[in-house]
Design a protein around this ligand. Structure first.
Ligand SMILES: [Fe+2]
Length: 76
């Protein structure tokens, strides 16, 4: 007897939308990091840090979508 792994069934339309959203979240992350780098280069470290925090938040969204859609539930 093996371990029973719960399966989540989703339509291809939903899977495609989730994958697209994962890309959107990572894209937002990169844009926030770019903005943070710009402000760092302008000697504005507090603004830079603010956007770095936003970038991490977007990364967290992407990772949550990945975790949910792969069944690899992690607390974040
Ligand atoms: Fe997001």
């Amino acid at each position: 007897m093996g371990v029973r792994i719960p399966q989540m069934v989703a339509s291809q339309k939903i899977i495609t939308a989730i994958n697209e959203q994962i890309g959107n979240e990572f894209s937002a992350m990169l844009q926030y990091y770019a903005i943070g780098a710009y402000f760092a280069a302008q000697a504005l470290p507090e603004l830079s840090a603010h956007f770095d925090v936003q970038a991490e938040e977007e990364k967290g969204h992407a990772l949550r979508f990945i975790a949910r859609s792969t069944g690899a539930f992690r607390s974040r």
